[in-house]
Design a protein around this ligand. Structure first.
Ligand code: SF4
Length: 312
């Protein structure tokens, strides 16, 4: 499958079927923590990058496979809302299944009424807010010209006024960057203006291409939770876990996930051990088969080994 991957297990969305609508990498931002590598050229024009029928038939196939899916999640190789017609895609998904639909987005295009209109159809929208000031917004997102913090915040405030679904704002906490008291208070102030249903605090547990992206300390994480929970319930960050139970083609499933973002070797091994609890020799066999495809490299960052897509 080209567009659909998973279902992958996530703390926030349970068993989530990912749908990638974009050619890599298509984004309005160039975040310092991005796992997809640098944005070589900003994408600013919304387009129908792939025919809707192609995407919908893959979703239909995944839904028909009988795998347990809690959410169908539009997310992928850049900024999701750059796909023009995402609203119609959601309408079509809703005709085929009752499974709720989520959009993971950087939120940078929400100042445009037509973008907000399309996002209204989702059951949950998870936009990013990593800063509460122009300076930090620029420093972290390294956005295309014009995508200012003010415009970002106003877009999210406008969306909240129109949207009655679940607005779960994602805050990426970066050690030494946006985890000072001043930065956390600015972010909390911006969150208070938006009024999300929940705040999802996340940390960079997967390697980025930038060397100075650090994990925040536990003390800073607790401080962030304490401040932000005055505005909304906060989902505390923990390392993600993969759940491969019920996945029919393991090699294809882990390959699809790892090609999209690096996976901690421990996490991969644990998921395979859970899946093959009655035949543990399969764990090594699958990892060997994956490696033999020649599509992956093993890298180490912060003392952790990761499987990642081999770069040409
Ligand atoms: S918004 Fe997402 S895809 Fe775009 S640069 Fe940031 S992390 Fe990467």
């Amino acid at each position: 499958m080209t567009h659909v991957f998973g279902p992958v297990s996530s703390k926030r969305l349970g068993q989530s079927l990912g749908v990638d609508l974009l050619p890599p990498k298509s984004c309005t931002w160039n975040c310092i923590y991005c796992q997809l590598g640098r944005t070589r050229e900003y994408t600013l024009l919304r387009q129908e990058f792939y025919p809707p029928a192609e995407i919908l038939s893959e979703i239909q196939e995944a839904v028909d496979s009988g795998a347990h899916i809690d959410w169908i999640t539009f997310v992928g190789s850049g900024e999701t809302m750059l796909y023009r017609g995402i609203g119609r895609l959601i309408d079509e998904v809703k005709k085929m299944t009752d499974i709720p639909v989520a959009i993971i987005t950087n939120g940078s295009l929400f100042s445009l009424p037509e973008v907000r209109q399309e996002a209204l159809r989702a059951d949950a929208v998870l936009p990013s807010l990593n800063a509460g000031s122009e300076e930090l917004h620029q420093k972290i997102s390294r956005h295309a010209p014009g995508f200012t913090f003010r415009r970002h915040l106003e877009g999210l405030i406008a969306f909240r006024k129109e949207y009655t679904g679940n607005l779960w704002v994602e805050v990426m906490l970066l050690g030494g960057v946006n985890d000072t008291d001043e930065a956390l208070k600015d972010i909390t102030g911006a969150l208070a203006q938006i009024g999300p249903d929940m705040v999802h605090l996340v940390i960079p547990t997967r390697p980025s291409t930038e060397k100075d992206v650090l994990l925040p300390s536990e003390e800073r994480i607790e401080r962030a939770v304490a401040l932000m929970q005055e505005v909304a319930a906060v989902v505390h960050p923990i390392k993600g876990s993969m759940d491969l139970s019920g996945t029919p083609d393991i090699l294809e499933a882990v390959t699809a996930i790892t090609l999209r973002h690096p996976v901690q070797e421990n996490e991969l091994r644990k998921a395979l051990e859970d899946r093959f609890s009655d035949s543990p020799q399969k764990v090594g066999e699958v990892m060997k088969e994956m490696f033999a495809t020649g599509r992956f490299s093993l890298i180490t960052q912060g003392g952790e080994a990761y499987w990642t897509k081999k770069t040409e």
